[in-house]
Design a protein around this ligand. Sequence first.
Ligand code: AMP
Length: 481
Amino acid sequence: MSLPILDEPRTPFDGFRDECGVVGIWGHAEAANLAYLGLHALQHRGQEGAGIVASDGLQLRAMRGQGLVADVFRDRDALEALAGSRAIGHVRYSTAGGNEAANVQPLMVRYGGGGLAIAHNGNYVNARSVREELEAEGAIFQSSSDTEVLVHLVARSRQRSFVNRVVDALARVQGAGSVLVLTERMMLATRDPHGFRPLVLGQLPGGGWVFASETPALDLIGATFVRDLSPGEVVVVDQDGLTSFHPFPRTKPRACIFEYVYFSRPDTMLWGKDVYSVRRELGRRLAQEQPCDVDMVLPVPDSGVAAALGFAREIQAPFELGLIRNHYVGRSFIEPNQRIRDFGVKLKLNPVPGLLTGQRVAVVDDSLVRGTTCRKIVRLLRAAGVAEVHLRIAAPPTVGPCWYGIDTPTREELIASRNEIEEIGRFVGADSIGYLSLQGLHAAVHEGEDGFCDACFSGQYPVLHDDLQRGPQLPLFAEST
Ligand code: AMP
């Protein structure tokens, strides 16, 4: 079904802007340490908080904190104290306010049935209304995360078996969720029926199981890739081994196409294809659709590198690393005081002296969101003496925010949601600008039977946000009566 472009909902929870990565280890004496390593491989999926919950079969133990994985787990003794052969881990990025510490995952609770920990990558679009229902029945929430809704639903389910409780809870939420659940006795992994976010299964050399958002987490700990979990699949691991079932009605798969464009690591095998090759192909097709006559092709590092390589090969121009990135300035960088503020992009990128003077350059990036980064890059290049700057974007214009777990700004902030491409070119100050077409993007990922979610580029949202179904006039949190 083709949906119209809609006004965006208001942000119900921090979860609306969450980006996350998850890892689970079952059946290894060093489970927490392996989860810790796996989280390092997934650090790009979230830099604001990290956590691990481990189980020794009798008890769950947690270690969580704000910051990068290396900072949160600096205390080696505390990590060693996460005893047991099973563990789940989570990295998280969230831009919205709220009590950040309470939102760090895995969430861990004790309920009538014992201990329960949940790590979630994605965003549930009906979390607010489910939360309001639960609050009206007396539930008390400790965080503003949409994942906590799931915890309450599991605890309150009337199903008898634990697995059925989780399935019951998952059936109540809509939207994106690659989820890991850990109790004292079992681990459960699932992808939502649309399969928005990735989740893979791997096997450790000694026979243990691994779940991870991306395959580099398996590579790092020496695990072998077994397969992707399929959309709507639930996999349970316990003392009897591994079982898989599909308890939810089947629906059209909607894997996130932006994972290929930007979010996943280039060395990830994602849904049967390596991300690096897909990005190079995006660049090749971009060059076919939007060629230009230049002396060299520069990537915006690191996000534009693979696409720029494909672009340069196709137009047969030299590929040059004309912009050098400082890798030690992260997203969480806090600018100094007002007087010396606004280093802007210079903090991250610096042109190579001499290389660019008098040159006509094509600059290739993976995507353009607000347009502010490219505008600064164009200025930087002109100051370095380039003769012409031709901006090429290896994705279609970003016209809609993501409701399913990628951090995109509001629609107003998305430059392509309110401007024609020529106006964007003028804003960034480029001599020319060109985007890849939506058809080009789909052709590059070789869409087969399975569909992708391209809502950020097409405005076609496969699952409506709850706020839109309920109308725009409702208060943020309805008062419980
Ligand atoms: P902007 O200045 O907002 O146009 O930023 C564009 C840059 O942000 C591009 O270089 C992208 O690689 C990068 N980008 C795109 N989406 C995201 C995201 N969800 N999180 C962080 N960076 C992103």
